[in-house]
Design a protein around this ligand. Structure first.
Ligand code: TXA
Ligand code: MG
Length: 326
């Protein structure tokens, strides 16, 4: 397995080697603009089984299928509503996953035995080169959940992936390095299997972004809690440290808050993002920093506002394990 500590972006040669590894049934973790994914050939049942093992994820939780372009959407999905095509045309490549009726090729082992499949075209040059080359040699798509152990914080750098999964990956698996993820939180997920779109997970593609494409009030934004998606457990994206929200931080605790917020004496500042975009980019690495410093508790002040701020706040609430805001 490649050691991801090396401070370089993966070369075309390394991407080509990764394609061969995928074709041979091995796993390849790769950068996307949201978070790093743990990829496997979506048509290889054995490889997908290993994704679940390495992640420690329950079998009924579906994986997102990554493709290189909207032109390949029909390979995996059928009866796609017009509004879904409009969203895909506007936001792909980008941080938006569409849940669509599946074609037969989308087997139960990637869909968690559902009749739908989640599809995304990531906006990252390494991911796109990997996908394009994989498809050029006959691959149909790369299934990839976030490259973390089940319930833990998603990785936003290659070294995070190494730290998170290194001990579970085999010698033939590899980790591609694309530096720090540009968005930093997982994609927006929209269920497109009904007459109207429904948000399953908020993300960087926001309600107002989508309103501009499909019209105002066309999206059901009551986030569905039916546990179709694994990020919907009350506790998820969770560090080992206990996360406390909007509490007065005291000595020995970690603190994540916008940079203007002062750090009281004895409090360990692990994150001071400059704005909401920076907050999304920094949140997960700040939570990891708290764990690597072995802090027991970390106080987090979520950003105010709509859109991306709401998506960040949702992750922070889950990191706190569904505890009430203090
Ligand atoms: O930004 C992202 O989406 C990242 C990068 C790697 O693409 N991936 C990611 O995957 O966050 P994962 O597996 O950690 O989260 C995907 C979510 C899960 O909660 C899963 O249950 C849900 O998508 N999902 C996938 N297919 C689904 C389906 N057919 N119906 C409902 N939910 C689905
Ligand atoms: Mg995940």
């Amino acid at each position: 397995m490649a050691n991801s500590e090396s401070p370089h972006t993966s070369s075309s040669d390394e991407i080509q080697k990764a394609v061969e590894k995928l074709r041979a049934g091995h796993l390849v973790a790769f950068p996307t603009e949201t978070v790093y994914g743990l990829g496997a050939d979506a048509t290889n049942e054995e490889a997908i089984k290993r994704v679940y093992e390495v992640k420690g994820r329950p079998k009924n939780h579906p994986l997102i299928l990554h493709i290189s372009s909207i032109n390949r959407i029909d390979v995996w999905a059928k009866e796609i509503p017009d509004y879904a095509m409009d969203l895909a045309r506007t936001f792909w490549p980008g941080p938006l996953t569409l849940i669509l009726k599946k074609q037969k090729i989308a087997k139960n082992y990637i869909t968690g035995s559902q009749e739908s499949v989640g599809i995304r075209v990531p906006n990252n040059p390494i991911a796109l080169e990997l996908l394009t080359r994989f498809e050029a040699c006959g691959g149909l798509g790369i299934a990839a959940p976030s490259a973390n152990r089940f319930g833990q914080v998603s990785p936003t750098s290659a070294s995070d992936v190494y730290e998170e999964l290194g001990q579970f990956l085999g010698l033939e698996d590899s980790i591609l390095d694309g530096g720090k993820a540009q968005v930093g939180i997982e994609s927006t997920i929209i269920d497109c299997t009904y007459d109207y779109p429904q948000v399953l997970r908020p993300g960087a593609v926001t309600r107002s972004d989508m309103d501009k494409v499909i019209g105002t009030n066309k999206i059901d934004f009551r986030i569905d809690n039916s546990t179709k998606a694994s990020g919907m457990f009350a506790s998820h994206y969770a560090p080992k440290a206990r996360v406390l929200i909007n509490k007065e931080p005291v000595m020995g605790q970690g603190l994540i808050a916008l940079y203007q917020f002062p750090t009281p004496p004895g409090v360990v500042r692990v994150g001071s993002p400059e704005d909401v975009f920076d907050y999304a980019r920094e949140l997960y690495s700040a939570l990891r920093r708290a764990d690597s410093l072995k802090l027991k508790e970390i106080v987090v002040f979520p950003p105010d506002g709509e859109g991306l701020a709401e998506a960040i706040t949702e992750r922070i609430l889950k990191a706190a394990g569904g505890r009430e805001i203090g």
